[in-house]
Ligand binder design. Structure first.
Ligand code: PGA
Length: 255
């Protein structure tokens, strides 16, 4: 069973960017300048079609982890266009991203489907990172906690405490994704504390060990403040993970 990489986790979600040859160019530029020294893990979610090019580029890079952006919950069959958790595992993935807001709001993924996907990831021996987060109108209506609780409950109802070393959460307020608006470190910390409390209520003290990442317009300029704030165990970065220099600066910003 794959476990969640060591925190702080600096994760890059490439979304629909970086073809196989572009992924190779990214790593050729990114890897040579990397400085390790302090604890932390790098994790990339390339598009599935660029997974093997990414894996080959990382052959000699210690401590860099790879995941996939999405899976289907069935392991095989007549599901044109989908990939399964066992295929992702066979290709070398360690982690599956589940319930990203673009999956939920562009592709209509439901809470029930996120639960099925996390269960499928665990069945295939993969770790799962669940994305949760409220829309702007939900925050303005003071419903952020309620929305995040609902998204979390749909998945933690399916989990057992023994699976937690393979589970992580990414809090990504929808209004902060790709908009240049970042939650303040205080707002993000407050939500992370709330999520952590829910995990402890459900699983006891071991619930507190689940890493909780923040995502939404993370940049070199705000990464150190976010990563230094209480209960923020890493960042999930979209736009700024496409530029090797920016992503290396975010990696260097960890405490
Ligand atoms: P962003 O995306 O950093 O471009 O806001 C974050 C994400 O969607 O994971």
């Amino acid at each position: 069973m794959k476990t969640t990489p060591e925190a702080p986790i600096i994760a890059g979600n490439w979304k629909l960017n970086n073809s196989p040859s572009e992924a190779k160019r990214f790593f050729a530029e990114f890897l040579p300048g990397l400085v390790y020294g302090r604890p932390g893990s790098l994790l990339f979610f390339p598009p599935a079609i660029s997974f093997s090019a990414s894996r080959d580029s990382l052959a000699d890079a210690a401590g860099v982890h790879l995941g996939v952006q999405n899976i289907y919950w069935e392991s095989s069959g007549a599901f044109t266009g989908e990939i399964s958790a066992s295929m992702a595992r066979d290709a070398g993935a360690e982690v599956v991203l589940v319930g990203h807001s673009e999956r939920r709001h562009v592709f209509g993924e439901t809470d029930r489907e996120t639960g099925l996907k996390v269960a499928a990831a665990f069945d295939a021996g993969l770790a799962a990172m669940l994305c949760v987060g409220e829309k702007i109108e939900e925050r303005e209506a003071d419903r952020a906690n309620e929305v995040v609780d609902r998204q979390l409950e749909a998945v933690i109802a399916e989990l057992e405490a023994g699976q937690l070393p393979s589970f992580s959460v990414a809090y990504e307020p929808v209004w902060a994704i790709g908009t240049g608006k970042t939650a303040t470190a205080e707002d993000a910390s407050a939500m992370h504390g709330h999520i952590r409390n829910r995990l402890v209520e459900s699983f006891g003290p071991i619930g507190a060990t689940v890493p909780i990442l923040y995502g939404g317009s993370v940049k070199p300029a705000n990464a150190a403040e976010l990563l230094g704030a209480p209960d923020i165990d890493g960042v999930l970065v979209g736009g700024a993970s496409l530029d090797p220099e920016s992503f290396a600066a975010i990696w260097d910003a960890r405490p």
